[in-house]
Design a binder for this molecule. Sequence first.
Ligand SMILES: Nc1nc2c(ncn2[C@@H]2O[C@H](COP(=O)(O)OP(=O)(O)OP(=O)(O)O)[C@@H](O)[C@H]2O)c(=O)[nH]1
Ligand SMILES: [Mg+2]
Length: 446
Amino acid sequence: MFDNLSDKLQRIFKNLRGEGRLTAANMEAALREIRVALLEADVNFRVVKQLIEQIKEKAMGEEVLSALSPSQQVIAIVRDELVKILGSHESKLRFANEPPSVVLMVGLQGSGKTTTTGKLARWLSKNGHIPLMVSVDVYRPAAREQLRVIAREVNLPIYAGLPEETTPADLARSARREATQTGRDVLLVDTAGRLHIDDQLMTELQQLRELLVPVEILFIADAMTGQDAVKSAGEFHKRLGISGVILTKMDGDARGGGALSIRQVTGQPLKFVGTGEKFDALEVFHPDRVASRILGMGDVLSFIEKAEEAIDKKQAVEMQRKLLENDFTLEDFRDQIRQIRKLGPLESLLGMMPNMGILKDLKNVKIDEKEITHVVAIIDSMTPHERANHMIINGSRRRRIAKGSGTSVQEVNQLLKQYSQARKMMKSFSGGFLGKKLGKMKLPVF
Ligand SMILES: Nc1nc2c(ncn2[C@@H]2O[C@H](COP(=O)(O)OP(=O)(O)OP(=O)(O)O)[C@@H](O)[C@H]2O)c(=O)[nH]1
Ligand SMILES: [Mg+2]
């Protein structure tokens, strides 16, 4: 997501870098390009207009008279304004004082309500909550079964309903009772979707709202429908009063304009984004990090957070230190290879890394399990001394290591090459990474 926008903005900033100082003329040209880039990213035109006006006002005003270079100034201003339209703070999920907190999942057909209910239940349970799910979609025979299957997959409970419970209200009421009796603190209510916003759907949702008094009414929108998602969020808000939005299928929306327009157009915050079909593909929406990601500054924070989920905190801090200090030995390389398997799809990690531009070629690298086993065996066959200092591994040591690990000298050579490249890459992360070309790399990690 945001790939094109990010590329374009970086190019604009690069051009500004050559300018000695900001003038009305070069600023005007840059603003024109920024405007086009935003519109091409499918950002709502009113949002673009406002954004450009604000950037202009700031850039032309006294705030420009600082020690920063023109491109730094513009980046800072654009970033601030982006954060403003995205919402200055992340919008946390709200909880009721008296459990269970009821969360109503609403939206058009196929937007991802049921899938996101499963993802959110998983996210809640990972964050110290005890959720219960219920589907009140009584219209499509397979709908409730779908949530049952999902509940089994994420290994979390669902209220399945009794045969005589045939209306959404019946099911919702019983589910809430069950949540109270079994000490579940959040009840996620998956509702039926419609092709269009119609009165019947709205009446049903209004009834559920009155019955359940939900603490959150989350509008689930398909990001791939672009401005339509923004528009229907606005309509739902008018008629039902939503408290937040979850944009799904961000993995399929390269432009990302919906995410950039939701808050401004609907007045409601984007709380999460769905980034894949798997149940862990749900991310809290952090406006500041997303703004940084769009501007190509990477998203080291999201990366660390993701790493922390898989690796323990202490290790993550250590890894971060090593990344920054370039103190990255073969032993770390091996540990990282082991851990990377826990981190999930490489692509989603790479998207969060700084300077994605350079790393783009790596997007298609797949982790080969067999290769990992070999790499681990090779490193295990080294002496501690060798692991700490790869420079001493000469020809005879390489032969010994190959023999010891049941691999070949070529494989040992290849591994050492990969390791050196990884080190180089670490260095490029830790500072002065701009402009360094990494070239083609074939790595089992990163
Ligand atoms: N790639 C991708 N697919 C998603 C994401 N979220 C949902 N999907 C897919 O979108 C399709 C529809 O999802 P559902 O959860 O059934 O949508 P729904 O809103 O419950 O649909 P109805 O109940 O028919 O209104 C499924 O194939 C999901 O796997 C996402 O973040 N990324
Ligand atoms: Mg559904």
